[in-house]
Design a protein around this ligand. Structure first.
Ligand code: HEC
Length: 122
């Protein structure tokens, strides 16, 4: 009986110790450690408003730009800023996000490509 307890205990210990193993993200993908690297930036395919532009705006812009103040929360409003050139110019110069760090080169490249395509609601 004692042997069974002992083997369960050692099995448990092995499982417990193994659970501490994790992959180091920066070691596996060194380019991901460089915030301004565009080498890993997928701008070959068409840029999707809903899956690529909205997440950028949500995390960097919507805190200030909600309905009522330069609304960036719906497509038609974002498209108007995109087509006037204001959206790209503001992020490319680093004027926006106001008071915050400039967007990554990859995010700026995605915005440019989406704007150049006519800022579609895709
Ligand atoms: C901390 C608040 C804040 C954040 C975050 C912010 N903005 Fe702004 N934004 C402002 C303010 C305030 C103005 C109005 C003053 C001005 O025009 O510079 C403005 C103006 C703008 C305008 C012109 C609006 C108009 O009606 O003419 C655009 C376009 C814009 N921001 C885009 C962005 C984008 C894109 C982001 C995210 C990448 C962003 N902003 C993040 C505060 C912010």
């Amino acid at each position: 009986m004692k042997k069974i307890y002992l083997s369960i205990l050692s099995l448990g210990t092995i499982c417990f110790l193994n659970s501490c193993y994790y992959d180091n993200h920066k070691e596996l993908r060194p380019e991901a450690a460089l915030p301004n690297s565009t080498s890993n930036c997928d701008t070959v395919n068409a840029i999707s408003y809903s899956s690529q532009i909205v997440p950028i705006l949500s995390s960097a812009c919507l805190g200030c730009h909600n309905p009522g103040s330069g609304d960036l929360s719906n497509h038609s409003s974002v498209q108007a800023y995109a087509l006037s050139g204001d959206l790209y110019t503001r992020v490319n110069t680093g004027n926006m996000p106001q008071g915050g760090p400039k967007l990554s080169d990859c995010d700026i490249a995605k915005i440019k490509k989406w704007v150049d395509a006519g800022a579609p609601n895709n």
